[in-house]
Design a binder for this molecule. Structure first.
Ligand code: ADE
Length: 232
């Protein structure tokens, strides 16, 4: 019996999904609570990884080793790196890069992990296209984009750093987990999709009221997931 693994970094990002689950049981590994059960009659495992690349990577490998997941979805928030992408919009990963990898001292391109075939992890095209179609259907008033997602162990809130990220990596948005989840999924040959609702402009400019945004973002991503899960 296999499952769909769903990872969120923070409680707020997974608790609404956990409320929708049926026949739930909880297994705790490495302090992370893995909620096993079903949504829309599909087996799912929903877990809060904690923030950052290391927590997310550990969580992903545990999901793969212990829960027989056939694909992995990461849901959460991100900062926009593109002027056309606004707060409340949704970005789905085409691919992902870890922007904080820098071995340029040895002549490697920024983001390149030496001695790996690739450091750009490509999302599953079927999950991306289903995600996009379903998002447009269930959230008709929300813009949805498909593009590169950058991850690093840094919260970006500085215009100069943002410009540096855009010119070096050409990402659509930036967050702190997606590319490490993608990295682990790719090494294990498991398809993945990152879904991110935009919470800020990654430059320290005015943000939407956090609680107002949180409710809105969760509503949108939960709507998308509830329809996407049975299609996978
Ligand atoms: N998650 C949401 N906004 C972010 C930002 N600006 N930088 C990194 N992670 C984020």
């Amino acid at each position: 019996m296999d499952s769909i693994g769903i990872i969120g970094a923070m409680d707020e990002e997974v608790k609404e999904l956990q409320k929708l689950m049926k026949n739930t049981r909880v297994r705790t590994i490495a302090t992370m609570d893995f909620y096993e059960g079903s949504i829309n009659d599909k087996n799912v495992v929903v877990v809060r990884s904690g923030i950052g690349k290391v927590n997310a990577a550990i969580c992903t490998q545990i999901l793969i080793d212990n829960f027989n997941v056939r694909c992995i979805i990461n849901t959460g928030i991100a900062g926009s790196l593109d002027a056309k992408i606004n707060i409340g919009d949704i970005v789905l990963s085409s691919d992902t890069i870890q922007h904080d990898v820098d071995v340029s001292a040895f002549g490697h391109e920024l983001g390149k992990i030496p001695r790996m075939e690739s450091s750009i992890f490509v999302a599953d095209s079927d999950m991306v296209s289903k995600g996009k179609d379903i998002c447009q259907k269930v959230n008709p008033d929300t813009n949805v984009y498909v593009g590169r997602i950058l991850s690093g162990d840094q919260f970006i809130q500085d215009k100069e750093k943002k410009d540096w990220l855009v010119s070096n990596f050409k990402g659509m948005c930036v967050e702190m987990e997606g590319a490490s989840i993608a990295h682990v999924a790719a090494l294990n040959n498991i398809p993945f999709l990152i879904i991110r609702a935009i919470s800020d402009k990654a430059d320290g400019s005015a943000q939407m009221d956090y609680y107002q945004f949180e409710t809105l973002a969760i509503e949108r991503t939960v709507k998308l997931l509830v329809e996407l899960i049975p299609s996978l």
